[in-house]
Design a protein around this ligand. Structure first.
Ligand code: SAM
Length: 255
């Protein structure tokens, strides 16, 4: 089905809003209850406040990052930047669903969206190999463990689950070596930890096409993520122009 430019933009606007639950909105009562439960389960948070993950939205990244991601995927299409797309750290699937939606809106059938996740939450820190993660507690949050079945159901709810979506279940260190031979137009890293960020860069960077895009969700918000990015850049002696999307997310073009 050929969509006019205006209809395509309206479909993608609506998809973005739905993924961020911007239409119905998060219920304040539900958010307050979740925050209370989180404080009870993790008493050490009391002084620092609970994490405010959305109760219902299919993505936690917010409208600005969704809009920016859509723009980059559209650029890969308009500028003929070859390859597939991968998100490392999909949670409920929202950002990956958006990437699949952009392909659908443009009638693209020969590119895939890879969804890499443990689908069981974050790993415990491996302090021997990655001392930076030593104090990381994100593995303790049940809110971050979303099953593959749930993510598949979320894709299906938007009519976007098909053979252009590939699930890579397991820890990044085990699954990502298996896609090193693939070519990616865009990689989106959202695994929060030093280990998760470094594993993704180490395994995927060379598979990104020239002029392709690297997006790092947690760069500004989580110091271990930023440290992993710079350790990788330094190790590889890369010269990159890191650009902000908002207070946390950054991106650059591979050149
Ligand atoms: C912040 S959430 C991702 C948010 C998501 N991109 C969105 O649009 O809302 C982090 C995800 O990364 C996954 N994750 C983090 N480190 C991982 C690792 N080393 N291996 C596999 N999954 C990992 C977690 O299971 C979790 O689903």
């Amino acid at each position: 089905m050929e969509l006019s430019g205006e209809l395509r933009a309206r479909y993608l606007d609506l998809l973005e809003k739905s993924l961020g639950n911007a239409i119905y909105g998060e219920s304040e009562a539900e958010m307050a209850l979740r925050s209370l439960l989180q404080r009870l389960r993790h008493p050490y948070l009391t002084r620092r406040g609970a994490f405010a993950w959305p109760a219902r939205a299919h993505s936690m990244i917010g409208q600005a990052r969704l809009r920016h991601l859509r723009g980059l995927v559209e650029r890969t299409i308009h500028e003929d930047i070859p390859g597939d797309y991968i998100e490392t750290g999909v949670w409920r699937g929202g950002a990956s669903i958006l990437m699949r939606g952009v392909l659908a809106a443009h009638g693209i059938r020969d590119r895939r969206v890879f969804c890499a996740d443990s689908f069981e939450g974050l790993p415990r820190p491996d302090a021997a190999r990655f001392p930076a993660d030593r104090r990381d507690r994100l593995h303790a949050f049940a809110e971050l463990a979303v099953s593959e079945e749930t993510v598949r159901r979320n894709f299906a709810a938007y009519d976007l689950l098909d053979d252009q979506v590939v699930f890579l279940k397991g820890l990044f260190k085990d699954t990502l070596p298996g896609v090193r031979a693939n070519r990616f137009a865009l990689i989106r890293l959202d695994g929060d930890m030093y280990e998760s960020t470094l594993d993704a860069l180490t395994n995927l960077y060379d598979s990104v096409s020239e002029r392709g895009f690297i997006v790092i969700d947690d760069y500004g918000a989580l110091m271990n993520c930023k440290r992993a990015v710079h350790d990788f850049i330094d190790q590889r002696r890369l010269s990159v122009q890191i650009q902000p999307v908002d207070h946390s997310c950054v991106w650059w073009t591979k050149s």
